[in-house]
Design a protein around this ligand. Structure first.
Ligand SMILES: [Fe+2]
Length: 178
């Protein structure tokens, strides 16, 4: 792996990490939808799967913009071969594994629904942290279009997190209390 020499490199690394996160979430969400029993929870998760697919496409656009920016800014030979990405995001992998382990425990379905929300929100918070950091780097670097794209996704992640909080507080956690 090449040495990271500046914030631009760290941004590329964060984008690669988020791309892997979105890919893993796209794979994991259908099982969560299937396991959930509450209809509203199924809806929120299904909707978020569609949103996540668009987020992955948005990151592809970000990667393309960063590559174009590289070509403009750098003349070092072989710079484009300098790849930081390609590795699986271990943070997301761990959160998904932990969630799957919890869903596999012996529990009432209404309790499992509350557990699914908890697992989904841990993943959301990881993403909010990653997108927030990447956006701050893009802002610092004056990469306005990248910043704009990351802001769109960050707002979607906040919305998903808020929807899950509302569902937990006003519905699923109440059901699981009984
Ligand atoms: Fe996402």
């Amino acid at each position: 792996m090449a040495q990271m020499v500046n914030l631009r490199d760290l941004l590329q690394h964060e984008i690669d990490d988020l791309y892997s996160a979105e890919e893993q979430i796209i794979d994991a969400l259908p099982k969560m939808v299937e396991t959930a029993t509450d209809a509203k929870l199924k809806n929120v998760l299904t909707e978020h799967l569609q949103v996540t697919k668009r987020q992955k496409e948005r990151l592809e656009k970000v990667k393309q913009l960063l590559e174009e920016n590289n070509q403009e800014e750098k003349s070092e030979p072989g710079f484009l071969e300098k790849l930081f990405g390609g590795s699986k995001c271990k943070g997301t992998e761990g959160l998904i594994k932990e969630g799957e382990k919890l869903m596999g425990e012996n529990m009432e379905s209404k309790v499992r629904d509350a557990a699914i929300i908890a697992a989904a929100q841990k993943i959301e918070h990881y993403e909010i942290s990653g997108y927030g950091t990447a956006r701050a780097y893009a802002m610092q670097l004056g990469l306005n279009e990248v910043e704009q794209l990351l802001t769109e996704t960050l707002n979607e992640e906040y919305k998903a997190d808020n929807d899950l909080t509302a569902l937990a507080l006003f519905d699923v956690n109440l059901q699981a209390t009984k």
